[in-house]
Design a protein around this ligand. Sequence first.
Ligand code: HEC
Length: 82
Amino acid sequence: MFPPGSGREGAPETRAKPEIWTKRAEFDAANDALVKETAAFGEAARAGNADAMKTSWAKVAEACGGCHGGPTKSGGKFRFEE
Ligand code: HEC
């Protein structure tokens, strides 16, 4: 996801911030966190464990905040505000 050259120089309409490429390690860490929490949510769903799904979903939403302003905001660190 987001290889070099896919920023505004290659896609002027993107809402992805240049920080994705200048702060790559931080971005990758936020992405890894989302992948991990989403996988855990999938596990809970497959196990049919509603309580675990609730706990896990909160963590997924929190992981969105790693790049966006927070679970309820769409802007944030790695994406332009509207
Ligand atoms: C690793 C960083 C990262 C994480 C984590 C992340 N996003 Fe994003 N998201 C982005 C970036 C960057 C864009 C802008 C992409 C573009 O415009 O090319 C985006 C775009 C979006 C958009 C499209 C909005 C728009 O108008 O451009 C939505 C909706 C969205 N994200 C929701 C979420 C949700 C919900 C989660 C959690 C499940 C999440 N994101 C987690 C980086 C992330």
